[in-house]
Design a protein around this ligand. Structure first.
Ligand SMILES: Cc1ncc(COP(=O)(O)O)c(C=O)c1O
Length: 364
């Protein structure tokens, strides 16, 4: 049965390591030594407390999170963060600066505007996000509460290399689709957030890494459940947390550590992306990369087009028949997209590249 598993290029919820799925399947029935399912035990039990601690410590080691930063397990997805961030930090008299590099940045901007004063610091909208905006001449005005960026644009397929730096202005980044894919200097960020469902585990869990001093400056006159500090004070258990998702995330962190951590992943991710971008380049124009500047291209979500939309449909169908699934582009941009998250092996990316070569040769 296992050899028949399709190779999953889905953008998220996405591929997870098979060994993690198998262990989670066992834990779903009975946790080792306990005899009860992970779904059946109290979040206040010593067993779950240990599971949560393992997940958090695993993340701390993998991302080298300094003591200055707290790791929180929240709910509401990345979109929840679009709202929770301004709710906490966009105090009257200050402004939020948003770098808009795709639909998710647009969403963060809209939510911030709904709750306070926000402006677009830079945008790639004129190119329909085919390039990232040039930030070299951009300065952040005084009175800016924070700058918000999206590290990897899942829909259009762009990624910052390296991440921009805004000096002393608090930098908040949505890393939903590339967290744990490459080393980052967490100390440079006021807040990092990511929905777990792409590179970390199941949906329903949002990871927030937040500078404790920044957190302390957040509003305390909003509902407690939306205050980061209240969640931190209660060890992410102000309300019942998504226990199963946290459990699986812990298994993923263990899997990552066994494989050499984030630095090893970065190398493998570069090789995977090179295989697929290589197939695009080698096709002599049959495939066109959606992101024009090579430096701006994502190593997580490789996006490309074929001139004829009917051929794109055919590509998806034939790929599926060949056991390569999840390759349809996001509905708002169309085209094709191969998501190459950590759990995708190099051999999977190579299989796709070989399929692309064959398809281009047969139809080009
Ligand atoms: C970069 C990015 N931000 C935000 C979101 C929205 O995530 P959620 O569905 O967890 O709210 C996504 C989902 O694909 C994403 O890729």
């Amino acid at each position: 049965m296992q050899s028949a598993r399709p190779i999953n290029f889905s953008p998220g919820p996405a591929i997870l390591p098979l060994s993690v799925l198998e262990e989670a399947a066992r834990g779903l029935v009975a946790l080792e030594g306990l005899g009860l399912s992970i779904l059946e035990i109290s979040h206040r039990s010593p067993t779950f407390e240990a599971i949560l601690a393992e997940a958090r410590d695993g993340l701390r080691r993998l991302l080298d999170v300094p003591d200055s930063h707290e790791i929180l397990f929240l709910q509401g997805g990345a979109r929840g963060q679009f709202a929770q961030i301004p709710l906490n930090f966009l105090i009257p008299g200050s402004r939020a600066a948003i770098v808009v590099t795709g639909v998710w940045g647009e969403g963060a901007f809209e939510e911030a505007q709904r709750l306070g004063d926000a402006f677009v610091l830079a945008t790639g909208a004129e190119s329909r996000y085919a390039v990232l905006p040039d930030l070299s001449e951009v300065s952040v005005p005084e009175g800016t509460a924070y700058v918000h960026t999206t590290s990897n644009n899942t829909v259009v397929g762009s990624q910052w290399h390296p991440m921009p730096d805004f000096g002393p202005v608090p930098h908040i980044s949505d890393m939903s689709s590339d967290i744990l894919s490459r080393p980052i200097d967490v100390s440079r960020y006021a807040l990092i957030y990511a929905g777990a469902q792409k590179n970390m585990g199941p949906s329903g869990l949002t990871v927030v890494i937040i500078d404790r001093r920044f957190m302390a400056a957040g509003r305390s006159d909003i509902p407690e459940i939306w205050q980061y500090r209240a969640q931190a004070a209660k060890d992410s258990m102000l309300n019942t947390p998504p226990t199963f998702a946290i459990y699986v995330l812990g298994l993923v962190t263990r899997w990552l550590e066994e494989r050499g951590g984030v630095a090893a992943m970065a190398q493998e991710n570069a090789a995977k992306a090179a295989a697929v971008y290589g197939a695009i380049e080698a096709s002599g124009g049959f495939y066109r990369p959606a992101v024009t500047m090579p430096d701006h291209r994502s190593q997580m979500n490789v996006t490309f087009r074929i001139a004829d939309e009917a051929l794109e449909k055919r590509f998806v169908a034939e790929a599926e028949a060949a056991g390569l699934v999840g390759l349809k582009g996001h509905r708002i941009v169309g085209g094709l997209r191969a998501s190459l998250y950590n759990a995708m092996p190099l051999a999977g990316a190579q299989r796709l590249a070989a399929f692309m070569d064959e398809f281009a040769r047969a139809r080009g």
